[in-house]
Design a protein around this ligand. Structure first.
Ligand SMILES: [Zn+2]
Length: 388
């Protein structure tokens, strides 16, 4: 027997087509069956003066920090000082505490209306925690380290994934951490693996001025950090994020995490390779007091920009609506429709979940978020201004 239910609402905002006024959304057996402008006649239940929108996709986070009640350090701190605090915090967490934090982060995400997550995993929590079909997780196994341990790092990651049962809610990916923490050998090995196994690939890139300085000269705060940590310095030749982008572009689905300080040639390169996604983490960006984010430069080139919370180590929570509202505050002239698309469809595309979520479209998961409308505002403005 089929299970069918229809909700009527003042507005339905499907994302992939114009908003439907006085619409009716029908879900059959957990899958969206139809959207029609026939609120009065066909709805099983009328939700009233609300907008229905797709649930959010958080394209970048590190759930192992979800146990933190506030970000580490303080706003505007040097990123390398923050990294030292991250390392210290992580070293004090047991495997059980990390798993519990991941579970908390999944729960918090769901409560905030997020059902797609791009997770950077430093330990194999996914082998132990049972995921429900409420949330889809693209789990990027993160690797970092010097050339000496590159093959061991890759081997371990391969074993993690090989030992994980394939299912409908968990999907693998790979993440070379960042230019300052990944040797050329490890980076190349991970890219080769991503190509061989068709794995999406996420890399933190062009996040800080200090990172660019280290790439350019081998000096500065990151050199100090690596010396403090007593890890071997990479044998750098002068380079730019573009050198990484060229290699990442060979992978089937590359994600540039942050990209705060990409130059024109790098923005152009990404624009010329439409399989790239860039992930903007608005409140984390604000926390570090970076220079203004090049969001308009990205969008002008038709680059697919998704939104991430990053972790609770640099953000007070994992609430995607708060991220979209932050984008709206910082970029008031970017169309609200575009901002909502970044938090839903663009994230779904980045994680290759677009056949299942990201829009209210027949055939996708029968789930939506209900947002009360502010009478003096358009539905999109209501969403980006509502207090919660
Ligand atoms: Zn991150």
């Amino acid at each position: 027997m089929t299970n069918s239910y229809s909700w009527g609402a003042k507005w339905i905002i499907p994302i992939d087509q114009p908003p439907i006024e006085n619409g009716c959304l029908t879900v059959v057996d957990g899958v969206i069956a139809s959207l029609e402008p026939n609120r009065q006649s066909d709805a099983t239940e009328d939700l009233g003066e609300v907008a229905l929108i797709p649930l959010f996709v958080n394209a970048h986070t590190h759930l192992e920090f979800s146990g933190l009640s506030e970000p580490l350090g303080e706003p505007g701190m040097l990123i390398t000082d923050w990294i030292l605090q991250v390392i210290k915090y992580r070293s004090e967490q047991t495997a059980e505490q990390k798993n519990a934090a991941v579970a908390d982060g999944l729960k918090e995400s769901l409560v905030c209306g997020t059902t797609g997550i791009g997770e950077i995993a430093t330990h194999a929590w996914f082998q132990e925690l049972a995921l429900t079909d409420d949330i889809l997780v693209r789990c990027f196994v993160e690797r970092l380290g010097s050339s000496e341990i590159a093959s061991a790092q890759i081997e371990e990651a391969k074993n993690w994934l090989a030992n994980h049962a394939v299912n409908d809610v968990w999907y693998p990916g790979v993440s070379p951490h960042a230019p300052y923490s990944v040797s050329d050998e490890l980076f190349q090995g991970l890219i080769d693996w991503a190509i061989a196994e068709s794995l999406p690939t996420a890399m933190h890139l062009a996040e800080s001025r200090e990172e660019l300085q280290f790439m350019e000269t081998g000096k500065g705060a990151f050199r100090d950090l690596l010396e403090t940590l007593n890890v071997p310095l990479p044998t750098y030749t002068k380079r730019r994020p573009l050198d990484y982008l060229k290699k990442l572009s060979l992978a089937p689905k590359p994600l540039v995490i942050h990209g705060n300080y990409l130059n024109v040639a790098e923005l152009d390169f990404i624009g010329q390779h439409p399989h790239f996604n860039v992930v903007f983490c608005p409140r984390t960006h604000a926390y570090f007091e970076h220079e203004p984010y090049p969001l308009k430069d990205l969008l002008r080139r038709d680059i697919d920009v998704a939104i991430g919370t990053d972790s609770r180590a640099s953000n007070p929570d994992l609430n995607m609506l708060a991220e979209l509202q932050e984008v709206h505050r910082r970029f008031p002239d970017i169309a609200p429709e575009k901002i909502l698309e970044m938090g839903t469809l663009a994230g779904a595309r980045a994680l290759q979940f677009e056949n299942q979520m990201g829009t209210l479209t027949p055939g996708k998961r029968g789930e939506f978020l209900t947002i009360p409308l502010e009478p003096t505002m358009t539905p999109l403005e209501s969403i980006l201004n509502i207090e919660f």
